[in-house]
Structures are given as structure tokens and as C-alpha cells.
Design a protein around this ligand. Structure first.
Ligand code: BDR
Ligand code: CA
Length: 299
């Protein structure tokens, strides 16, 4: 089993990603760490605890982290609703611990751990600034974020997770660890309908349907796409099934200053700007994902 930390801002697709990771049985989830992004840190932490309870996995520790980006005010997402988890709208305590970066550092320092990020990179950049030595012991950092050859989903050029905290993303992208990026390019074509979630059997069926109804409606209203977009579960899946992924090596940097391009992930397509600093997942087999996802969540 792969040792992982999931840093996340649940969020409907984050919730599905946590469900996929837990139900796959492929991971030893050392911690779930939370960050403000899709919603406030209170909401993302409350939602993370709720999802683990739903899964009967309250033994997995949740540590809360940054309440806002390194240098900017928090911009929340539109599609997850006021609670960050419209449709289920948990009421449990958030129980903030405020020590996500410290816990990431201490688990990373043990070695043989993959860090998966599903939200803005604030906690990770903080951990790198505090203890680069421990963070360089990470086996890999796998990040959902960026838009390489496609438009952004938060601005004309920027994907949400990078848009929210470009300064943090800049620190992480420059950090010399093994890194993989799962950008919009790999996610935009994987679209699930409510009927797909209705194929889920077992305990997760009802909550999955309840949460996907508003998510699909909000995506249609905000992004004009009539489907559930699966950014964060695809990021988990890219680790579960690498043979379903097409990938390339690129040098990718983050624009932190541009008026129109702040938060843009800029890849060197000419391959002239130094060595590649990450693997970029460019395509994921949609049918393989869909079938595995429904089967695993039903299990
Ligand atoms: C990313 O932004 C968030 O809204 C999603 O949870 C995902 O991590 C997609 O741009
Ligand atoms: Ca997310």
C-alpha cells in the first residue's frame, strides 16, 4: 500500500476523491490535511471530517491548515455552494487544529510518502518554507491544478487551485522534488451524469446522488457544462492506474504578476527553458475511469 497524505479543500469533487482513495484499498492514508479554497477553512475541515465519518474512517487524522492564501485574500469557488458541500451541508464540528503544515513536514520526513494535493498549494508552500529538508524526502507530489493547453476555469488563463494562491504554487513548482501535475487538460473531457452516480450501489449511493445534484446544476449555471467534472478523483486515479494516463515532461512555471494571467500555469512548449520540472498528465482514459470509479465506490 502506498503511503499518502491528501491535502484538500472539500468540495464535491474532493469528497469523491477521498471516497475513491479510501474505497480503493490501495492507500495507507496517513493524514487528510485541509486548506481554504473551495470554501472557508471551517467548512473544508468540517466537510473532510464528515466524509471520513460517512466512510467509517474517522481513524484517519484530519489536520486543518491555512485559512487564506500566502499573500492574497481567499477567493472561494462558486460551484460547491455556501457550505462547500451543497446537498449534504454537514453540521458537525470543524474542530480546527491549525497544524497541517507541521504534520505534513513530520510525515514527509519519515520518507516513502506521496503527497497528493487537491486544493490551493498554501499548506505545501508553508511546509516547504519551514522545512525544505523534510519535504525533499517526499517520494512525489501529485497536484490537481493548472491549465496547460486549454483555457482556465477561474479566469481566462488560470485554473482555480493555482488562481487562488499563485505565490504558493510558484514555491511548490520551483521545489526540486518529483512532481506530477493533473491539469484541466486531463480532466475536462471526463464528464459524469447523474445516471452514472445512480449506478453506484451500497452505502455511498444516496449521499453521492444527493451531493451530485447541486454540483451538476451549479457547474451548468457557472461553467455551461452539463455534467459533473471529476478533477480531484481523476488525480487519485492517475496514481491508481498510471497505464490509463498519457503524460509528458515539461518545465511549468506560475505567473504571479500578470493582470490577465495571474495564476496561469505556463509550460515551456518549445523545450528551451531549462530542464522539465514535472510530469504533466495530458489525458486520462475516460471509460476506464468511469467504470473503475463506479465499481470501487459501490464496493
Ligand atoms: C479544482 O478547483 C476546485 O473547485 C476543485 O475542487 C478542483 O480541485 C478544479 O479547478
Ligand atoms: Ca479541490
Amino acid at each position: 500500500m502506498k503511503n499518502i497524505i491528501i491535502d484538500t479543500d472539500p468540495g464535491h469533487d474532493d469528497a469523491l476523491a477521498i471516497m475513491l482513495a479510501v474505497k480503493s484499498g490501495m492507500f495507507n492514508i496517513r493524514a487528510v490535511t485541509t486548506v481554504a479554497g473551495n470554501s472557508t477553512i471551517e467548512n473544508t475541515t468540517r466537510n473532510a471530517r464528515y466524509i471520513l465519518k460517512l466512510l467509517g474512517r474517522e481513524d484517519i487524522p484530519v489536520y486543518s491548515g491555512a485559512e487564506k492564501p500566502l499573500k492574497r485574500e481567499l477567493v472561494q469557488a462558486a460551484v460547491h455552494g455556501k457550505s462547500g458541500f451543497e446537498g449534504l451541508d454537514p453540521q458537525n464540528d470543524a474542530n480546527l487544529t491549525g497544524n497541517a503544515a507541521e504534520k505534513i513536514i513530520s510525515i514527509a520526513g519519515e520518507g516513502n510518502v506521496t503527497l497528493i494535493t487537491l486544493g490551493p498549494l498554501t499548506n505545501i508552500a508553508t511546509a516547504i518554507k519551514q522545512n525544505p529538508e523534510a519535504m525533499s524526502k517526499l517520494k512525489e507530489i501529485v497536484m490537481m491544478g493548472g491549465a496547460i493547453r486549454v483555457p482556465g476555469n477561474k479566469s481566462r488563463t488560470a485554473e482555480f487551485n493555482i488562481f487562488v494562491d499563485p505565490e504558493a504554487a510558484d514555491i511548490v513548482f520551483r521545489f526540486p522534488a518529483k512532481k506530477t501535475l493533473v491539469p484541466l487538460d486531463a480532466c475536462n473531457h471526463v464528464k459524469l451524469q447523474l445516471e452514472d452516480f445512480e449506478r453506484i450501489g451500497g452505502k455511498l449511493r444516496e449521499p453521492a446522488i444527493a451531493m451530485m445534484k447541486p454540483y451538476i446544476r451549479n457547474i451548468k449555471n457557472n461553467e455551461g457544462v452539463s455534467a459533473a467534472l471529476m478533477y480531484d478523483p481523476l488525480t487519485i486515479y492517475s496514481i491508481m492506474n498510471p497505464s490509463a494516463c498519457m503524460k509528458g515532461l515539461y518545465n511549468v512555471m506560475v505567473e504571479t504578476k500578470g493582470e490577465l494571467t495571474s495564476g496561469m500555469s505556463v509550460a515551456d512548449m518549445r523545450k528551451k527553458c531549462g530542464k522539465p520540472n514535472m510530469t504533466v498528465i495530458e489525458r486520462i482514459d475516460s471509460e476506464a475511469f468511469k467504470n473503475d470509479f463506479i465499481r470501487i465506490l459501490s464496493g
